[in-house]
Design a protein around this ligand. Structure first.
Ligand code: SAM
Length: 222
């Protein structure tokens, strides 16, 4: 019992340090983002053998040749998306479910799409076990957008495409923000689109990144 408590405390302390040194110290100041990163236990979103490395400044393997993204990049994406407590948010590329979990602590509701059934199942189990119940996670090709006609206040795409898929642009609500890595298969720029009118989007460049590819009808071919 004592050793279990010590382990949990140790991980909580590493999480605090990760938020201070990797995130706040690098300029992410959004209080809701920092609070979510302090709350969600990243070690629960990796395989037990990887738990030891959960608070390192790096992506980690999650199976199916995919990764859980580097915490700083996740924080930078969420801050750029300016997510508020009333927002309905879409994440494309749910992977382990970690980003969906973080988003669920900030937004009113999260829809998430993952193309690998095995990852989606594991992610759903984790979210449920942690009591993060305002997340709907489906298996599918998120480059086509969320199934059915609806819009979101913010969209985060956690995999890189050659361009921002038109379906995702059309699922942005007026004033909505989309953050996504765009560019070559190996290296991309993280961009932010803000929908100003039906057919007018402002685009900002955030930083250079290296994400796994968005595979799908409006992404890359496998
Ligand atoms: N956000 C995830 C997390 O917190 O663990 C990590 C995302 S990982 C960098 C990218 C994910 O995008 C992978 O799990 C991959 O299978 C998924 N993916 C790639 N193309 C996709 C598509 N068209 N639709 C849905 N998911 C896709």
């Amino acid at each position: 019992m004592t050793s279990m408590r010590t382990r949990a405390e140790d991980l909580a302390q590493r999480r605090e340090r990760m938020v201070a040194s990797q995130i706040a110290n690098r300029g992410v100041r959004a209080p809701a983002v920092l609070a979510a990163m302090r709350e969600v236990p990243r070690e629960r979103f990796v395989e037990p053998a990887m738990e030891e490395f959960a608070y390192e400044d790096a992506p980690l393997p999650i199976g199916e040749e995919q990764t859980i993204s580097q915490p700083y990049i996740v924080a930078a994406m969420m801050a750029a998306a300016e997510i508020g407590p009333q927002d309905h948010v879409l994440e494309v590329g749910a992977g382990s479910g970690y980003v969906a979990a973080l988003l669920s602590r900030i937004a009113s509701h999260v829809c998430a799409i993952e193309r690998h059934e095995s990852l989606a199942q594991a992610a759903r189990r984790r979210l449920e076990a942690l009591g993060y119940l305002n997340v709907d996670l489906v298996v599918g090709d998120g480059s086509r957008g969320w199934p059915g006609a609806r819009t979101f206040d913010a969209i985060l795409v956690s995999a890189a495409g050659p361009d921002v898929p038109e379906s995702l642009k059309q699922q942005l609500a007026p004033g909505g923000r989309l953050v996504m890595p765009v560019g070559e298969r190996e290296q991309q720029r993280l961009v932010k689109l803000t929908r100003r009118a039906a057919d007018r989007f402002d685009q900002e460049d955030i930083t250079g990144v290296a994400f796994v590819p968005l595979i799908g009808a409006q992404g890359w071919v496998e």
